[in-house]
Design a protein around this ligand. Structure first.
Ligand code: ZN
Length: 194
């Protein structure tokens, strides 16, 4: 969820910012349940291979250190959250949060067996991250009301979600995810009175 992918940004996804409030509810619920949160971000050098000038298909976006690479200003980013930068090498594209990063290692270290995915964009980064998460042996739930697609071709987002589901991902709503983790009680530090 970076500025450049939201309306007004260099590679804006239509209504991309509309998912922020729902994502924030999930982030708050997971934080309260002491569950780890991972933010992935495009963090490209100026001459990144995905940019049109270098023969890629995208306008320059999310150049490291620029305002466009910042998270959406309304996105809740807890201090304890992990931030994973991807696409940091000029000659490597990385739609997936796993590609060229230590995300898998960090998830394993945090004891994560299941991931809930949200953000932008459905037909690129969400799709590839879902597939790589499945490859890594994780259960994958895509928060279908917390994603938006680029849709260079009409229907790309639906196709992407269908492929992820065919490979074993599940589509759930943010309310479902919030309900689920709200019921998970973290181990109480105080013994219950006898
Ligand atoms: Zn990019």
């Amino acid at each position: 969820m970076q500025r450049d992918f939201c309306p007004g940004g260099a590679l804006a996804v239509k209504s991309g910012d509309r998912v922020v409030p729902r994502l924030n509810r999930v982030i708050t619920a997971f934080t309260k349940a002491s569950l780890p949160i991972f933010f992935t971000r495009d963090w490209h050098p100026r001459n990144h291979v995905s940019f049109k000038e270098q023969g890629g298909i995208w306008p320059p976006h999310c150049v490291m250190g620029t305002a466009g690479a910042e998270f959406h200003p309304k996105l809740r980013v807890p201090r304890e959250a992990f931030v994973i930068s991807k696409g940091t090498k000029a000659d490597l594209e990385a739609y997936s949060g796993f590609q060229g990063t230590d995300l898998e290692k960090r998830l394993k270290e945090a004891g994560v067996r299941e991931v809930f995915l949200g953000g932008l964009a459905t037909d690129y980064c969400i799709k590839e991250t879902s597939l790589n998460a499945l490859d890594a042996g994780l259960k994958v739930k895509v928060l279908q009301d917390c994603v938006r697609g680029v849709n260079r071709r009409e229907g790309d987002s639906e196709l992407a979600l269908r492929e992820a589901v065919a490979r074993g991902a599940r589509l759930v709503t943010s309310s479902h995810a919030v309900g689920l983790v709200t019921r998970v009680r973290k181990p109480s530090s105080k013994p219950r009175p006898a």
